[in-house]
Design a protein around this ligand. Structure first.
Ligand SMILES: Cc1cc2nc3c(=O)[nH]c(=O)nc-3n(C[C@H](O)[C@H](O)[C@H](O)COP(=O)(O)OP(=O)(O)OC[C@H]3O[C@@H](n4cnc5c(N)ncnc54)[C@H](O)[C@@H]3O)c2cc1C
Length: 369
């Protein structure tokens, strides 16, 4: 799968795959298909997969199934965190789970009753509280959650990966999840109160989850999935316009032209962001630059997706909002998935980074440029 040939064969099968999972259920058949093609073990910690290959895979999966792409993105995020912070014993345990294609996910978002971790003093730790927007919900075999330490010399946010038997004790609340789109991501509220864990479940040190560039740099993964959504809209708009013989009008031609170069622009951003990510992991001094570039990529791709949706809807007209059209669900899914945390803060942080630079022209060069 990791060879050029293997990937292109997979992408051909993916495009032929017919989604038959109900929109508001976990995409079980889609994940069986992904597992059959070894996608969940694509980037095992021991492999050194180039970032652009991961982004391309996420983009292609997102193009087929935005909710599936969201869940897969979380899985790949955990692999990165395991690679960066696991002890050698944990690394071999979780690598085995990954090789068996157990599904991992990251649940960090929470409301006022967020998760706390208390040291019981006997080698066990007690969890209380809930997480929200937990994509994959009960279908995640190994959830990675963050929890705030209480009553302990340790301070800050602790990553925890729940083993299979502990994950089964988490109580899901589907009532939390009545969104416009992305219903299939089953991003429920999950309650961890009363679960006891041990030291072997703790990943890294308090605060590691927010360590840069991993934390903000990861935004390029969800941007890749989102761009896949814009690609699906472009493909469908072109198909419908051809079918209805509406391709001759110059306004239709100019809108499809704009959608085409917007999507290509997104791909170019991902390619450069992937190269910078690989540069930066080799050399940590590029961290602030990578964070700023990931933030730019995320912001540009959000704008691209919004514009592509608008152009496609103008081109197709009201038919784009009828449930018989794939565009109707794509519109709802992408609109929902584009809402990611703190977009204003992301934009102003790019500005602050730019003001700190002395050379504005070669700001984003790769090492070998
Ligand atoms: C489909 C889907 C799946 C998800 N899955 C997961 C998951 O598996 N795990 C997980 O952890 N999370 C998940 N999330 C949650 C996601 O990571 C974000 O937390 C969530 O989408 C926040 O979106 P928001 O628009 O409410 O963001 P917000 O950050 O609340 O932004 C809303 C607006 O408020 C502004 N704003 C933010 N903070 C402030 C402030 N302090 N003062 C003034 N303005 C402010 C923002 O700039 C923006 O304009 C998921 C979300 C979605 C939509």
């Amino acid at each position: 799968m990791t060879t050029r040939n293997g990937m292109s064969q997979f992408f051909t099968s993916l495009s032929a795959f017919i989604n038959s999972d109900a929109e508001d259920h976990f995409p079980l058949k889609f994940f069986t298909f992904l597992r059959d093609h070894d996608v969940l073990k694509f980037n095992l910690p021991a492999k050194n997969i180039r970032t652009i290959l991961i982004l391309n895979l996420l983009r292609e999966v997102g193009r087929k199934h935005l909710s599936g792409g969201r869940i897969l993105e979380g899985h790949f995020n955990v692999v990165q965190l395991i690679k960066a912070f696991a002890s050698s014993v944990q690394l071999s345990r979780w690598s085995e789970d990954l090789a068996e294609q157990k599904l991992f996910g990251v649940w960090n978002t929470q409301g006022t009753d967020g998760v706390e971790i208390t040291d019981q003093g006997n080698g066990t730790f007690r969890l209380t509280g809930c997480k929200t927007f937990c994509s994959g919900a009960d279908f995640i075999d190994r959830p990675l959650i963050t929890a705030q330490w209480t009553d302990s010399p340790r301070k800050g946010w602790q990553m925890i990966i729940l083993s299979g038997e502990k994950a089964r004790l988490v109580k899901s609340d589907p009532e939390f999840w009545h969104p416009l789109g992305m219903k299939g991501s089953v991003s429920y509220r999950m309650n961890f109160t009363g679960i006891l864990i041990s030291g072997e479940d703790l990943l890294g040190q308090p605060g590691d989850y927010y360590r840069q560039p991993l934390f903000s740099g990861g935004a390029i993964r969800f941007a890749a999935v989102q761009l896949g959504g814009a690609e699906a809209i472009l493909t469908e708009a072109q198909r419908v316009l051809k079918l209805s013989n509406r391709t001759g009008h110059p306004f239709q031609q100019s809108r499809i032209a704009e959608m085409t170069f917007l999507v290509e622009t997104g791909r170019l951003w991902l390619t450069k962001a992937g190269s910078l990510a690989d540069d930066s992991f080799v050399n940590d001094s590029g961290s602030a630059k990578l964070v700023a570039y990931a933030n730019m990529t995320r912001t540009v791709i959000e704008r691209i997706c919004l514009k592509v949706m608008q152009l496609a809807e103008k081109s197709i007209g009201s038919q784009a909002f009828m449930q018989v059209s794939p565009l109707e669900q794509l519109h709802r899914d992408l609109t929902t998935y584009l809402r990611q945390p703190g977009p204003d803060a992301v934009l102003t942080s790019i500005g602050a980074y730019a003001f700190d630079q002395t050379d504005m022209i070669n700001l984003w060069n790769l090492k070998d440029e």
